[in-house]
Design a protein. Sequence first.
Length: 461
Amino acid sequence: MAYDFDLFVIGGGSGGTRCARIAAGHGARVGVAEERFWGGTCVNVGCVPKKLMVQAAEYGAWAEDARGFGWDMPRGHHDWPRFIAAKDREIDRLQGVYRTLLGKAGVTTFEARATFLDPHTLEIGGKRVTAANIVIATGSTPHKADIPGAELAGITDDLFYLPQRPARLAIVGGGYSAVEFASIFAGLGSEVHLIYRQPLPLRGFDHELRQALAENLLAQGLHLHRGVIPTHIALDGVCDAQRRVHLSDTTELAVDYVIMTTGRIPNVASLGLDRAGVALNAQGAVAVDAGSRTNVAHVYAIGDVTDRLNLTPVAIAEGHALADTLFGGQPREASHENVPTAVFSSPPLATVGLTEEEAIRRGPMDIYVTRFTPMRHTLTGRHGRRALIKLVVDQKSQKVLGAHMLGEDAAEIMQGIGIALRMGATKQDFDRTIGIHPTAAEEFVTMRTRTRVAAAAEAAE
Ligand code: FAD
């Protein structure tokens, strides 16, 4: 049977766009459908506008820091609407870049929702389209905790379009987005309440790093409501623009805005997956093998909709590997091991490889930790800027299994450390590397004295 396309991609986000472009470059006839915005979550309501907000939030503190270096700079006022307009212009530009890249690659684009009619046929904005291979790259969508008054809370998407910056903000959730937005709004001058169920934010990250970040956030004056959940949200009796958030420890918070960052769910609803026979896993994500194959031979899924490692570079790597496999004569799988990642909190943290808690399940580990005040802040005196650098080293092989950093420039530094871990670097390789002085990064290659030995029984809770 002749199909309209060799490959059809549902979703023009990070993974889908890369997969479509590379496949077209290999000579395939490719179509892609996007129902909302080209570039997907990352470009429009994720990594990119979030990082611009992180940068916006840094300037106020820098103006104050400058005083320690002899400058007399007033902190001044932040013009939120002006910043949002500038951010929107940049996002519009990036959407155009995505559209152009697809057009130049010869991909046929559809600006509509795609749904399966049968395993090889899609309906897209009233048109029927057939394809030999189909890739599901529909991403994920925010999920709000089901509590009374949840409709009074926003989701992370909303924060990118607020007409005014809330003076008092409650953020429900302890994941990386929660922590990032807490730092952003605190940096811009809002009173921030971070509400999370665990004793520490950032479950899944190295325990010592989580602790050090929480200490910094507290020292900066953020309100951390740990070990609690919101029981309900209500309108303020006096002013309807305000919200009252009731917590399980009976605390009641009066705020101007509430957001819930209580998880994301894979975008599978109303895709018609049942008509294609595509199976989901127990968590409701599209079930795939290491090669992004679903249970249906010619249907694949990449990125957040598979809920493997929900990061843009991972979605891109999966899409690229799949296109090379199907049309480039280079069968390969995207690696999910030693993926460096960062949390753009203030200060940021970044990590690659295993946490101490994960590593000790493999055997005894040599742990190297250093904590310090970055040189800049010896003069600024700013609170909540303590840095922490940590290496988790397998005692037997001396291979570095995990590298972790909390501190300014952590994300920029960790990218290079990620190469070392991917190459299997040992502690001796780190020790033989000459440091760049004076930097924070040099601590990674100058930690000579082991802080402790960690074994399973001593694992942190
Ligand atoms: P997406 O980029 O979400 O793309 C899916 C696309 O499919 C969407 O555009 C959607 O409109 C479209 N779609 C859905 N259903 C259909 C349909 N039926 N028909 C047509 N189109 C459809 N990752 C990082 O690496 N670094 C970060 O700093 C970072 N920060 C983040 C901050 C926030 C607030 C959020 C929410 C996420 C962040 N992420 C970050 C995660 C990152 O955005 C995602 O991992 C990435 O976008 C996943 O790419 P994807 O291609 O799987 O899905």
